[in-house]
Structures are given as C-alpha cells and as structure tokens.
Design a protein. Structure first.
Length: 169
C-alpha cells in the first residue's frame, strides 16, 4: 500500500543506533533531516558514533524565507511531517554537536540547474520501457517530485552541501 493512502500517521521516536561510540570514520546524510524534528539529537548521535576527526557529509534540503513550499513533496504529504529548517540553523546545530565545518555550500543553484536540465525537452524521444519507480512505494511520487522541483525553482527550498569534522575531545 502506498504511503499516500495511509489514513493514520504517527511520529515515531527511534532509539539510538546499536553502534558503540567512536565506531565510524564518516557518516553520509542525503535527504535525511527533513523528516526528523529532533535535529539536535540527530547530529549529536552522528557525533557519538564518529571517531574524533571523523567526517559528517550532508546533502540536505533546507527552508528558505520564501513560504510557498507546495505539498505533497517526497518526504511529506503536508507540513505536519515536514521539519525543514533554515540552512544557518542546520549549520549551527552541526557545530553545537561538536563538529567544525570544512566546507559549507548553498548548492541550490546547482540543484536548480540540474532540475532545469531534467525538465528540458529531449531530442531523442525513443519510447521508454516501463519501469518500477517510487510511485509503487510513495503513491503519487511523480507529483511529489514535480512539487519539489517547482518549489526549488521558486526558491521555497534550498540545498545544503556540507562537510564537517568531529572535534577531538
């Protein structure tokens, strides 16, 4: 059953991952934080499992001052399940969790260029073979992806690209 057909939703609180402290040299988060309200806890847990000097790599969607995010989007049917925060706030939470930034970029322009290229008319219009896609799991994924693309191009969301290193101690 697609998530879009689920009538009852409930926020779950995940226990910490079953890894000992200082276990990993790197952690990668791609489109993770938008569904997590407790970002302070998220980044603290990343800091717990990373070794001193370990790298935290982020590619995350962030909230901009533009209030016009169109729902549904890939991570939420409506704003009740969307926990976007501004880029500066996310960077501050990462620092508060014991990380020093090595690189912090607003990659919105690059992401928007990719979306524009994807939406541009294609010269080679050979018939495409049917293939499974995220509609099987997320229901109306094509609409969600289109809404995210429109929101990105309108400036309602941005994309953070960051690398931070866990401080020693």
């Amino acid at each position: 059953m697609a998530f879009s057909k689920v009538k009852r939703k409930q926020v779950l609180h995940c226990p910490p991952p079953p890894f000992e402290a200082n276990r990993f040299d790197a952690a990668l988060m791609i489109h993770v934080s938008m569904n997590i309200a407790d970002k302070k806890g998220l980044f603290a847990e990343a800091g717990r499992v990373l070794t001193p000097g370990g790298k935290l790599v982020l590619w995350e969607i962030f909230k901009t001052p533009e209030p016009d995010l169109t729902y549904p989007v890939p991570w939420a049917e409506d704003e009740s399940f969307s926990f976007l925060i501004p880029m500066a706030e996310m960077v501050a939470l990462v620092a508060a969790a014991g990380f020093s930034p090595l690189r912090v970029d607003d990659a919105t322009a690059e992401a928007a260029a990719w979306v524009r290229a994807r939406l541009a008319p294609k010269r080679d219009r050979r018939p495409k073979l049917p293939r499974p896609d995220l509609d099987l799991v997320l229901g109306n994924f094509r609409q969600k992806r289109a809404n995210l693309s429109k929101s990105l191009l309108r400036g309602a969301v941005g994309v953070l690209r960051a690398v931070a290193v866990k401080n020693n101690g």
